[in-house]
Design a protein around this ligand. Structure first.
Ligand code: SF4
Length: 456
């Protein structure tokens, strides 16, 4: 029997904006980098084992809507998995609607607003089904049979069916088909090699920061044996640079120890995102020995009162100490800071900026506080009524208040200047560059970071 054709599709934007849609969030790329869309990647292994799979990532391939449309018509898939988001779903649905006038296919939508609001989003006629969370091995049998035992909302005979939520913490999926993606086109600011792909060891987060969608995602994890298959495959493909994309790396101590012992037997260079509370010195040592060269940590604010408002319990001194420890073990750190958190004054933001600039962190990433689909802080508020610029943490624009936009942007630039314009930091960054692609990405990131206020 002929295998069905499945398209994994990341639609583009008419103005060429690189909207990153992954891990239950969406935002515009700060500096032109664009990494592999993890939601599609994680689904790709299960789907490729049963179907003919094509990936079209219109954003990274920089193809126009007309060309995208033609390529899809030429491929004529039976099923399209559409990576969408709160920032783009109107455009994405409109394109799917147009395609339906030419060819016939079923759709599954994935992405932040679809995961968190399946009841509202399934009502749209372009949307035939939605998965609640990825990975979703159930998608294979759903595409074959048209019905699902769990983890999918779908339309059947004119009725909407909400299958049950999957409960298990342990999750197994086939090794993602990295090779179906144009790996050499993606870029990440901290990549060391010309290709850097993503691997997950766990999903969701055990912390409860109320502005973060991960708070609403059920925690699941992979066995080390399952991860090993993926590492073997990546080594075979000669891919040596990895981003461990867990929201928080190291949440399960014993599995992490087992994972790091395994990683030590490979030659990967890798980086990850974690919390200061987790990275004890013994763990840092094992991470360094297994090829970890950078850890991203959040220190969204150093203000205790603001931390209470956002349910983020963290000791800034501990963050500072763990940055120094990482430095001691040869691991660079990047800190995340958020401007415009509820109740935070400009003075308090500046204090946080000075605190951060006096750590040994090598990089600083600043976002604006913005409504996130799925986060408990915004549960009572209909986020759909916000403009896309306000929903995008790269802008978080408040059209009602020009002066607030201006002050937040000035605070951002001041924070970046006092952080980056320090000789030891510049030397640390330049000395860590290992490839031409990394050099170009870092220079582009720097230039874009300091581009004029409010520009794209
Ligand atoms: S620790 Fe990070 S990923 Fe986890 S809930 Fe807080 S902000 Fe989200």
């Amino acid at each position: 029997m002929q295998r069905k054709k499945v398209l994994l599709f990341n639609p583009g934007t008419p103005n060429g904006d690189k909207v990153i849609k992954d891990q239950y969030c969406s935002f515009t790329s700060k500096a032109g980098y664009y990494w592999i869309p993890i939601d599609l990647l994680i689904l790709s292994g299960d789907l490729a084992s049963e179907f003919d799979v094509l990936v079209i990532d219109s954003i990274i391939e920089q193809i126009s809507t007309a060309e995208t449309r033609q390529r899809i018509i030429d491929y004529s898939p039976d099923h399209i998995v559409v990576l969408s988001s709160v920032l783009t779903h109107e455009l994405d649905r409109s394109l799917i609607g147009e395609l339906r006038t030419k060819i016939s296919f079923k759709t599954t939508f994935v992405g932040d607003v679809f995961y968190f609001s399946p009841k509202e989003m399934i009502e749209f006629q372009e949307v035939d089904s939605i998965i609640y969370e990825y990975p979703c091995p159930e998608l294979v049998s759903f595409i074959k049979s048209g019905s699902a035992t769990c983890n999918i909302a779908y339309k059947e005979n004119g009725q909407i069916v909400f299958s049950p939520v999957r409960k298990s913490v342990d999750i197994v999926y086939k090794t993602p088909a990295h090779h179906l993606f144009k790996l050499d086109s993606y870029s990440v600011p901290f990549m060391k090699d010309t290709i850097c792909t993503s691997v997950l060891t766990n999903f969701g987060c055990k912390y409860t920061c109320n502005y973060c969608p991960a708070d609403s995602v059920s925690f699941r994890e992979r066995s080390v044996a399952d991860i090993k298959h993926e590492l073997d495959y990546l080594r075979e493909k000669n891919i040596r640079n990895l981003w461990i994309r867990d929201f928080t790396f190291g949440l399960n101590k014993s599995r992490t120890t087992e994972f790091l012992a395994l990683m030590k037997t490979y030659q990967f260079d890798w980086f990850c995102l974690s919390r200061s509370e987790i990275i004890e010195e013994s763990l840092l040592q094992a991470m360094a020995e297994s090829g970890c060269y950078l850890i991203m940590l959040g220190l969204d604010t150093a203000n205790n009162e603001v931390m209470k408002t956002i349910s983020r319990k963290q000791n800034p001194s501990d963050v500072k100490e763990k940055i120094s420890l990482s430095h001691k073990h040869g691991i660079q750190t990047m800190l995340h800071m958020i401007l415009g958190l509820p109740g935070e004054s400009y003075l308090s933001m500046l204090r946080t900026a000075h605190f951060i600039s006096n750590t040994k962190a090598s990089f600083l990433s600043i976002n604006f506080f913005s409504p996130r689909a799925g986060s408990s802080y915004f549960k009572q508020e209909s986020i759909y009524k916000n403009s896309t610029r306000k929903l995008d943490s790269n802008y978080a624009e408040d059209r009602e208040s020009f002066s607030r936009n201006l002050l937040l942007n000035l605070t951002k630039y001041y924070s970046l200047v006092i952080f980056y314009f320090r000789p030891f930091r510049i030397i640390s960054i330049l000395s860590s560059i290992k490839s031409k692609k990394q050099f170009i990405t870092i220079i582009k990131t720097g230039l874009k970071m300091f581009s004029p206020l409010g520009s794209k």
